[in-house]
Design a protein around this ligand. Structure first.
Ligand code: TYD
Length: 142
């Protein structure tokens, strides 16, 4: 586990092993083993642009793992008190987000591919997409 002292509450940073040889690279993600929850959903972000931000939302009771596959991006995570910028700049670099954390993804390099795992199915009604609403929820959940 990499140092987490300056990360928001509910955020962990580590590297998945990359199994590489002359044929190429492989990364394996296993529920309750390499990531700390059961996987309900996997989605992949690709064909992104450097200046376009994605995410810009929070969830209340969701666990997610963002596993960088190739390329790089900047992930901003914010629990309403602590805000960090994490560079996902190598294959296998992984961020776990558990609970009420605002997240933004930006500065995508050309060819960036990131796999996202969630313990919940997609439900738009569960998204908090307004930053002020997020801050109010942070204040009331302390
Ligand atoms: P969006 O939430 O804007 O993506 P991001 O979090 O990367 O900014 O989702 C873009 C579109 O994809 C939107 O129409 C909803 C849809 N979508 C799903 O159908 N399932 C999913 O698991 C996700 C994450 C998005």
């Amino acid at each position: 586990m990499l140092p987490t002292h300056n990360l928001p509450k509910g955020v962990q940073l580590f590297d998945h092993d990359i199994f590489g040889d002359k044929r190429g690279d492989l990364v394996s993600v296993e529920q309750n083993r390499t990531i700390p929850f059961e996987i309900a959903r996997v989605y992949t972000i690709f064909h992104t642009s450097y200046h376009m931000a994605r995410g810009c939302h929070a969830h209340i009771g969701m666990q997610q793992a963002l596993v960088n596959i190739t390329g790089s991006l900047t992930l901003i995570v914010d629990d309403g008190t602590v805000k960090s910028e994490i560079n996902l700049d190598r294959p296998g670099r992984t961020v776990i987000i558990n609970g009420l954390v605002w997240r933004e993804l930006t500065n995508f390099s050309p060819g960036s591919v990131i796999n996202c795992f969630s313990d919940k199915f997609y439900d738009e009604s569960e998204y908090i997409r307004d930053y002020n609403t997020f801050r109010s929820l942070c204040a009331t959940s302390k």
